[in-house]
Design a protein around this ligand. Structure first.
Ligand SMILES: *Cc1c(COP(=O)(O)O)cnc(C)c1O
Length: 366
């Protein structure tokens, strides 16, 4: 297949064509280096410029001040589920978890192995289709931190703003909405995201951590699992995933130069999501959204059709038209369209047109 499809995969997900072309152009020889980025030392001048460029871009996009460290780690967001309690949850302390979907539950399950946790809210009763109001949260005033998931990738529910947690450090799994909209980093103690949804290829995970939290880590932790190790070594304690960091640098550059930064990409992301939600709202008897409308995600649009047969037919016919990876996660069923930063408006418009036509053909034929 030589033609590119519109790929609605939840992750690893579509990347900007401009960035793929830059990678292709410089694959055999980075300008001024004469070798590919995969063949040079992570301590070379050329790679130092790349990793420092990536950090500078992230700092600029999110207005991150000197009181925070930006780290590039491996092990995905899953390793963060363990590293967070290992570093921040002391013995005799408790950590609060707000569970709004599958990923929040996975984070909680790992934290339980490392220390004491409190479930401040859990939406499983309604299969994670809604979010808590502040009054619903049963927070512990002395908690070591409060963990939440800004966007639940599987269920398609997204916080519009951070939950209020007072002075307790807020810890956020932003894996599937990182760099998709502006946020106020000062509200966070720690924010983390694997790159492969919105920010690059698999292999690198970004951790933004307030510097005063680095002092909490037990020095007897294994070196790799200690945030302070990576902060002291500028994310070069061991050999980092150089290729993934290189692509992250290109994507953050694309966000700054081609997308109008995070305010610009947020406008585009809202427009894309509205195209699909308008179809759901216009056809509630055919397309049934999973999330309640107030909290539905700008990144992962989840909905069901009247029957499993129609769902399978939808996925198959869409694929024939170059609209791929639309099958929903098995825990929710139906369809999931992931429309991260790199999904062009044209791709979402094509899906919207397909949805309208499919509905008009099959409505009433349940
Ligand atoms: C994808 C995802 C993860 C898991 O990331 P890995 O890199 O596979 O560990 C965790 N949390 C959320 C919200 C995700 O979307």
């Amino acid at each position: 297949m030589a033609q590119r499809v519109y790929n609605f995969a939840a992750g690893p997900a579509a990347m900007p064509v401009k960035v793929l072309e830059q990678i292709q152009r410089d694959m055999l020889a980075l300008p001024g280096v004469g070798a590919s980025v995969m063949e040079i030392s992570h301590r070379s001048g050329a790679f130092t410029a790349i990793i420092e460029g990536a950090i500078k871009n992230i700092r600029e996009l999110l207005s991150i001040g000197d009181d925070y460290e930006v780290l590039f780690l491996q092990g995905g967001s899953r390793l963060q589920f363990s590293m967070i309690p290992m570093n921040l949850l002391g013995s005799g302390q408790v950590a609060d978890y707000i569970v709004t979907g599958s990923w929040g539950k996975y984070a909680l399950d790992e934290a339980k192995k490392a220390g004491e946790t409190n479930v401040a809210w859990d939406g499983k009763e309604t299969n994670y289709d809604r979010l808590p109001a502040t009054a619903d949260l049963r927070l512990q005033p002395q908690a070591a931190y409060v963990h939440y998931t800004s966007n639940e990738t599987i269920q398609g529910v997204q916080f519009a703003t951070e939950p209020s947690v007072g002075d307790v450090p807020l810890v956020c799994d932003a894996s599937s909405d990182f760099l998709s909209r502006p946020l106020n980093i000062r509200k966070y103690g720690l924010l983390y995201a694997c790159a492969q949804k919105n920010a690059g290829p698999a292999g690198v995970t970004v951790v933004v951590i307030r510097k005063n939290l680095l002092k909490l880590s037990d020095p007897n932790l294994p070196g790799y699992l200690n945030y302070d190790t990576h902060a002291q070594a500028n994310s070069l304690w061991n050999t980092p995933p150089t290729f993934a960091i290189y692509v992250l640098q290109l994507i953050t550059q694309w966000l700054l130069e081609d997308c109008g930064g995070l305010p610009g990409i947020e406008v585009a992301n809202r427009q894309k999501a509205a195209l699909l939600y308008d179809v759901l709202d216009a056809s509630p008897e055919f397309y049934q959204g999973h999330a309640v409308p107030e909290v539905r995600s700008q990144m992962n649009v989840t909905f069901r059709l009247p029957s499993d047969e129609l769902t399978a037919q939808f996925v198959g016919e869409a694929k024939e038209q170059g609209l791929t990876d639309l099958k929903g996660h098995r825990s929710v069923g139906g369809i999931r369209a992931s429309i991260y930063n790199a999904m062009p408006v044209a791709g979402v418009e094509k899906l919207r047109d397909f949805m309208v036509k499919f509905r008009d053909t099959h409505q009433g034929a349940k």
